[in-house]
Design a protein. Structure first.
Length: 68
């Protein structure tokens, strides 16, 4: 249950920051709301790709003949 609460808190934080920054720049509640919804969706879609890329970078670095 702790993990669910933590993840929910993280999502709410992301949404709040996205809303606040967008609202501060545009003054629009609708645009801020749209950013608050789209930001977590983009994270869900892009974070696995980001993690996969860094895994490949780490693997390439481990097999590199150059010193670390």
């Amino acid at each position: 249950m702790f993990i669910v609460a933590q993840k929910t808190s993280q999502v709410m934080l992301h949404m709040s920051v996205a809303f606040g920054v967008t609202y501060a720049f545009t003054g629009s509640l609708a645009t801020g709301g749209m950013a608050a919804v789209l930001e977590p969706i983009c994270n869900v879609l892009l974070l696995p790709l980001h993690d996969r890329l860094w895994s490949k970078v780490g693997a390439a670095r481990c097999t590199s003949p150059l010193p670390h």
